[in-house]
Design a protein. Structure first.
Length: 237
């Protein structure tokens, strides 16, 4: 039996400077739109004191859960663990930098209430309002183009850190996902479409949050290899 309506996960690695403000702003937004909620901080092997701040937040607020990992697991593993600990019927995660305008949180949650199984904000739709460095925009467009071309996805943006899911359908797919890091959510949404679930992509206002944990060369090549891995798997289905 689920205890809350909405569970929002904040994946956090070395976020000491902004995790407290992010929790406060997320909670304020959720109070306006959810009958009940929890915020789960999936804190992934931080070495800058983020863990201590998260422990303090969990003691201060009964709606905050802190999941700590001594060693970095990768974003995918951290999210997977957090969702399995969650109590909500509607699940979601948002990036700690709050790059996506929080005014969109209502649509993110309402999409699942309205019958969608999965929903994601998108920086790539014509109506989206995006401010980001040119080289990162170029790399993202290339990645998304390859994902659409090779994996048959209908989405234009697979990597926006602003996603929601119906619990039942999320859990039906979660154990099929093989990636443990940045490609995790792309693989989830590609598998969701192949399985015939209802997926919504909607435009957002998005502003680059400053520092990023993505290594432009290493991680982009890594995600590219994951596209080929998944393509090869589907080839034999």
């Amino acid at each position: 039996m689920h205890i809350v309506e909405v569970s929002i996960v904040l994946p956090a690695y070395n976020e000491a400077k902004r995790i407290e403000e992010t929790v406060e702003r997320t909670a304020a937004a959720l109070r306006e739109i959810a009958s009940s909620f929890e915020i789960i901080i999936a804190e992934d092997g931080s070495i800058d004191g983020t863990d201590k701040i998260c422990e303090s937040l969990a003691r201060k607020y009964n709606f905050v859960m802190h999941l700590h990992s001594e060693k970095r697991q990768g974003r995918g593993r951290a999210l997977n663990r957090a969702f399995k600990e969650s109590k909500g019927e509607i699940l979601g995660y948002i990036d700690v930098d709050l790059a996506t305008d929080m005014n969109h949180l209502k649509e993110l949650i309402q999409s699942i209430r309205d019958g969608y199984d999965f929903a994601t904000g998108s920086r790539m739709l014509p109506e989206s309002n995006v401010k980001r460095p040119l080289k990162r925009g170029f790399a993202s467009k290339g990645f998304n183009y390859l994902t659409r071309l090779m994996l048959g996805s209908k989405l234009y943006d697979h990597q926006c850190g602003f996603k929601s899911f119906r619990r039942e359908t999320m859990f039906a797919l979660m154990d099929e996902i093989k990636d443990t890091h940045w490609f995790w959510d792309t693989e989830l949404f590609v598998r969701a479409q192949r399985a015939g679930y209802r997926v919504k992509e909607f435009p957002v206002v998005w502003k680059h949050g400053g520092t990023t944990k993505v290594n432009l060369v290493k991680d982009v090549f890594g995600m590219g290899s994951q596209i080929f891995r998944l393509w090869y798997e589907f080839l034999w289905d």
